[in-house]
Design a protein around this ligand. Structure first.
Ligand code: NAP
Length: 387
């Protein structure tokens, strides 16, 4: 059988990025070697390293490499708070129209969790990636632009905005809501998932988050009628058997319910900001966010990254947990059709944790001596090689 060759771009990123990306790439290489297929890695620089080399945090070279490879893995990239440059992460998502941020959150045996039955946690978050307050349409309170927007709203709509207010615009559009809803429904069908819950604050933000809810329901009901059932269908006697339950919950309520009744949540479909917040809360249920990987997927391109950030205090210390990045790489392998290699990686990570080999963030709760980033990765590679 001919081997498939895939060119994958990699961005090391900032802070702990280089360590977790390099560790994960060696684990991917070990897993791919065991299955059919070849990966050719192509470096793309972004973040502070690119700033030093090109004087630009997101240089054309990086953009062109991703365009060429179509698939990339990416370490975390720093974004300053309240000042400075726009998030490179957000720019990449918008530039490549990576509209779905998919984050599986499933408990891995061996990790200590703050809840009593973490094995009940098995959710996949579908976060819309290109709309909402993350579009970056915002102006500083003392800028001319903020002044103009305030004047326009106050004089035309009597909005009563204070003259020292900063302005940010929340945009949620119909087409973008519909396409991520379709992707979540197709994913649910292909992965035999039980339910999809729309997470929204539509009771307050009626024409943005409320509309997200309404448009998502209309896709489910008009395009997937034979595959889904709603709570009102069930109330009126319709059978739920073999169907995906399509329902919705108000965002703040969900933060307590994913803790008290995690088994009720399967796929969560959320606008950008809600999806960001709930991902970290869900990550905490299974130990910490250091273990979560995610995929940013569009119709043409895909970029895979850990959910965590640059954790600067651990940079260069061989302390960071590379598991989130490894999980992102396993999603990447699945995406390019190397599901065998992805399973090898996932199983090896679980086996290593079961032997209580873990980095500091997890080992401190296991009461065991922590392994370094490299030692943890070596243990995973060894397990793959022995499989
Ligand atoms: P963070 O980097 O995720 O770190 C927060 C805390 O989480 C760390 O101090 C550490 O906790 C723990 N942690 C996260 N990843 C870990 C890992 N792999 N191994 C061990 N512990 C880990 O979040 P942040 O401090 O809010 O953000 C720092 C920078 O990262 C910011 O510039 C932010 O913009 C950026 N960021 C980038 C991305 C991205 O590129 N996609 C995502 C999020 C944030 P303890 O202190 O408890 O040990």
């Amino acid at each position: 059988m001919a081997e498939t060759r895939n060119r994958i771009a990699y961005i090391k990123g900032d802070g702990i990025g280089p360590e977790v990306v390099e560790s994960s790439m060696s684990v991917v290489n070990a897993a791919v070697k065991k299955s059919s297929g070849i990966i050719e890695w192509v470096e793309a620089k972004a973040g502070s390293e690119a700033e030093k080399e090109y004087g630009d945090r997101l240089p054309e070279e990086c953009i062109n490499t991703i365009k060429d490879c179509k698939v990339a893995i990416k370490g975390p990239i720093e974004t300053p708070v309240g000042k400075g440059f726009k998030s490179i992460n957000v720019r990449l998502r918008l530039l490549f129209d990576l509209y779905a941020n998919i984050r599986p959150v499933k408990y891995v045996q061996g990790i200590s969790s703050p809840i009593v039955n973490p094995e009940r946690v098995n959710m996949v978050i579908f976060r819309e990636n290109t709309d909402d307050l993350y579009r970056g349409i915002e102006w500083k309170s003392d800028s001319a632009e903020a002044g103009k927007v305030r004047d326009f709203l106050n004089s035309n709509f009597n909005s009563g905005i204070e003259n020292d207010a900063g302005i940010g615009i929340k945009v949620i559009s119909r087409a973008k809501t519909e396409r991520i809803t379709r992707m979540a429904l197709k994913y649910a069908i292909n992965h035999n998932r039980r339910s999809i819950t729309i997470m929204h604050k539509g009771n307050i933000m009626k024409y943005t988050e409320g509309a997200f809810r309404e448009w998502a329901y209309s896709v489910a009901q008009n395009e997937f009628r034979d595959r889904i059932v709603t709570e009102s269908d069930i109330a009126s006697g319709k059978s739920a058997s073999g169907k995906i339950l399509f329902n919705d919950r108000i965002a703040d309520n969900m933060f307590q319910q994913i803790i008290t009744r995690p088994e009720e949540y399967d796929i969560i479909l959320a606008p950008n900001l809600n999806g960001d917040y709930i991902s970290d809360a869900a990550g905490a249920l299974i130990g910490n966010i250091g273990v979560l990987g995610g995929a940013n997927i569009g119709d043409e391109y895909a970029v895979f990254e850990a959910v965590h950030g640059t954790a600067p205090k651990y940079a260069g210390k061989n302390t960071a947990n590379p598991m989130g990045m490894m999980k992102a790489c396993s999603l990447m392998l699945e995406h390019i059709g190397m599901g065998d290699a992805a399973s090898l990686m996932d199983n090896a990570i679980s086996a290593v944790l079961e032997k209580k080999i873990a980095t500091k963030d997890i080992a401190r709760y296991m009461g065991t001596e922590p392994a370094g980033t490299r030692e943890f990765s070596d243990a995973v590679i060894e397990k793959i090689n022995r499989t």
